[in-house]
Design a protein around this ligand. Structure first.
Ligand code: GLC
Length: 735
């Protein structure tokens, strides 16, 4: 008897301990996320669910304090963790511990054509976000480069959906391995800054599916991205953050996206539309005129009190907010409440090393006809470095991708370290005004005077290295406005022409995120496109110019001779920038090289182009079969050999031509690439697998992707205009 009483008491005790320590499911880190979500929802009030759907400060959302569910903290941007911003304004908070690694602009990453570098980039920037306690990194951006005037092209991956897709997936995977959400943006059709807040984009279903959706689809279905940022503009009459087609039908319907749609800052416009058409988290609104500084402004957000009232009245079913809250809780459990995430790291030598390597691999050698590169410094006593971009910070400005780097090596600094201060003399040559996002400041210098100083220095130097291009000022490579000319700004063309007159040894190094016209190109022998390289930019440029690194980048977008050569500038203002209300993408699927090839317009430098300090020969491509069906594949095999004297990367590209199709198709389209390393004399075999997807186009009548039986051509090239071998094959009917 006594024993049984004792064991009963013991049992009671164990049970009570167990009961006390048994966590609620939503806090039980061993429970599956979906169980935790269901449990959390069951404990939340309607107000708490609604609270999850809006900002609580400039860059954070409400958590559920009563239940210990934390806020979500977000940070720009795609190139590095932005300096801390004030709670309730765009001003910098002035912290002293937030100086980051400034990674290269994503256009530079795209120009590397190296998915391994993309993963390393995402891993590294994700570590910095994690260390800075950020749950959502507001990037990467994948908007397609349709016009060289778009102020934000430097934040994106260029003109081709296949290249963009292949580069953005590993970046996202790298970021999210840190328990930080990437936030693919700006979804979608935000391909310019002019009138971005309201322009209503019209385009064909083919252009939508073949050009503008693929990178977002890859991010969601392959990259498993946890959040998507809705853009400012309209699409076929509905704002992007309240769009039934793009958010409900495509993103959450066809693609099965299980994460959160986060509005761009101020991109929500209507409670019911936002609620019913897929917006999950509203950020940065100014609501109905209350400034964001008003204490209660957040309660006036479209998805705050107005939304609560519609739920309480039954105008919107409670299931609507349950669905949103479930997605937001899923994001919280994947990030802020993810117990397995690492602790990150911040602005350490490993990240600066990654920064330099990506910058080096993105640099594109466009001309080297006089053999000036690589520089043999023993040949020169005096080297003139000329150009404001040789000293100007290019991580400051540009809009929300602005950074406060721990350091930023300028070209002048990198080149001086490399070639010796005794040889180097500097002249600014041209000058822009102080960086601003929303206005262009006048230059504080007299252009004629600083140009003369530079030309005089060039005339008496053995070698000239000009560092110019665009910068992060408004109407340059900057958010909030587009460029107003395709020409280089600040009278650089005049300066470059004069430098080329007074010295035959001129190396032009251009830093930009966009193409530009080159009226002096026939006189220039040596041209390098070096992008915005971030903290290690100067070291990367010096390593490439000196030959310590063999350039291997290739252009992710076409350099047209003049603006009118681009498809988006061939149909009047309705095609760009629109009539301030509507814009029609009249070039349709012929974006970038698709336009130049099909219309037989010769560009200055084609998509996929880039030289090396060595040379490569290509063997004849061979096919595993001369025909395939929609259910099997063909392997294309080609040998590539380094026929020069130095090691180097080569980016082997595969394009596909559909010889005959029921609907018009581009002359060819990129469907494969591989970046391979070859030592002098070394030869490697490169294989590409062609499956149905590579042959398909979107049939807007059937509203599906189709691969029509018939003859196709596979083109292997060193660029879109340098095809080294072709082969034909047929796609047979399936019987
Ligand atoms: C900006 C940008 C977006 C950025 C956000 C927060 O308007 O369009 O890319 O992430 O606001 O700064």
């Amino acid at each position: 008897m006594k024993k049984s009483i004792l064991s009963f008491i013991l049992l009671l005790y164990v049970f009570s301990i167990n009961a006390q320590t048994k966590l609620p499911a939503y806090l039980d880190l061993n429970q599956p996320i979906e169980v935790r979500i269901k449990d959390a929802l069951s404990r939340m009030t309607l107000e708490e669910k609604v609270g999850l759907c809006t900002a609580e400060s400039k860059f954070s959302t409400h958590g559920v304090p009563r239940l210990g569910i934390p806020e979500l903290w977000m940070s720009d941007g795609p190139h590095g963790i932005r300096m801390e911003i004030m709670w309730d304004s765009w001003n910098h908070a002035g912290w002293t511990n937030d100086s980051c690694t400034a990674f290269p602009a994503l256009t530079c990453l795209a120009a590397s054509w190296n998915p391994e570098m993309a993963h390393l980039y995402g891993k590294s920037i994700g570590e910095e976000a994690r260390y800075r306690h950020k749950d959502v990194l507001l990037g990467p951006g994948v908007n397609i480069y349709r016009t060289p005037l778009n102020g934000r092209n430097f934040e994106y991956f260029g003109e081709d959906p296949y290249l963009t897709s292949k580069m953005v997936v590993p970046y996202i995977q790298g970021v999210q391995a840190n328990g930080v959400s990437a936030c693919i943006k700006h979804y979608m059709l935000n391909n310019q800054e002019k009138w971005r807040g309201n322009i209503d984009v019209e385009l064909s279903d083919r252009a939508l599916h073949e050009i503008y959706l693929p990178a977002f689809k890859a991010a969601v279905t392959k990259g498993k991205v946890w959040s998507v940022m809705g853009s400012y503009n309209k699409i076929r009459g509905q704002y992007a953050c309240e769009n039934e087609l793009t958010l409900m039908k495509i993103l959450k319907g066809e693609w099965g996206f299980d994460g959160c749609v986060i509005s761009d800052w101020g991109a929500a416009h209507d409670t019911k539309n936002a609620a019913l058409n897929g917006l999950d988290i509203e950020m940065g609104s100014w609501t109905n005129g209350f400034s964001s500084n008003r204490a209660n402004a957040y309660k006036n957000y479209y998805l705050a009190d107005p939304y609560l009232k519609m739920l309480q009245s039954g105008e919107i079913p409670v299931s609507n907010v349950d669905e949103k809250a479930a997605r937001i809780l899923r994001l919280i459990f994947r990030t802020a409440m993810n117990q397995n995430k690492p602790f990150g790291s911040f602005a350490g030598p490993d990240h600066f090393d990654v920064c330099r390597r990506i910058s080096e691999q993105g640099i594109v050698l466009l001309k080297n006809s006089a053999g000036l590169l690589p520089i043999d410094k023993s040949r020169y006593k005096t080297i003139a470095i000329i150009g404001e971009n040789a000293t100007r910070s290019l991580t400051e400005g540009g809009g929300s991708s602005e950074l406060k780097p721990k350091y930023e090596i300028s070209s002048l600094q990198g080149l001086t370290e490399k070639f010796g201060a005794d040889k180097i003399k500097y002249a600014m040559g041209y000058a822009s005004g102080k960086v601003e996002y929303d206005k262009v400041n006048p230059s504080p210098y007299d252009a004629a005077i600083i140009r003369k100083e530079a030309v005089d220095l060039a005339a008496k130097s053995d070698l000239v290295i000009f560092v110019g291009g665009l910068n992060k000022n408004s109407q340059q490579d900057c958010e909030g406005a587009d460029r107003i000319t395709y020409s280089l700004p600040f009278e650089q063309n005049e300066l470059i022409s004069e430098l080329l007159k007074v010295n035959k040894n001129v190396i032009l190094v251009m830093l930009s995120g966009n193409a530009y016209e080159m009226p002096w190109i026939s006189k220039a022998t040596t041209l390098v496109q070096a992008w915005y390289g971030g903290s290690e930019s100067g070291h990367a440029i010096a390593n490439v110019l000196s030959g310590n690194v063999n350039p291997s980048g290739k252009l992710p977008f076409t350099f047209g001779v003049k603006l009118g050569d681009y498809g988006s500038h061939s149909f009047g203002i309705i095609a760009y920038p629109g009539d301030s209300i509507k814009e029609i993408y009249k070039e349709d699927i012929l974006v970038g090289y698709r336009w130049f090839d099909t219309k037989k317009i010769k560009p200055l430098f084609p998509f996929g182009y880039g030289l090396s300090y060595t040379t490569f020969s290509y063997g004849k491509p061979s096919l595993s079969s001369s025909s395939m069906t929609a259910t099997d594949s063909i392997t294309v095999s080609v040998k590539v050999k380094n026929t020069g004297k130095v090691d180097g990367f080569e980016i082997v590209q595969m394009y596909i031509t559909d010889e005959k199709s029921s609907l018009p198709r581009p002359e060819k389209e990129l469907k494969g690439f591989q970046k391979i390393w070859l030592s002098p004399g070394e030869e490697k075999r490169v294989n590409f697998t062609i499956k149905k997807d590579a042959l398909s186009f979107f049939d807007d009548k059937k509203h599906e992707w189709v691969a029509e039986p018939g003859t196709f051509k596979v083109l292997i090239g060193a660029s879109s205009a340098d095809i080294r071998g072709t082969e034909k094959f047929t796609l047979n009917e399936l019987h």
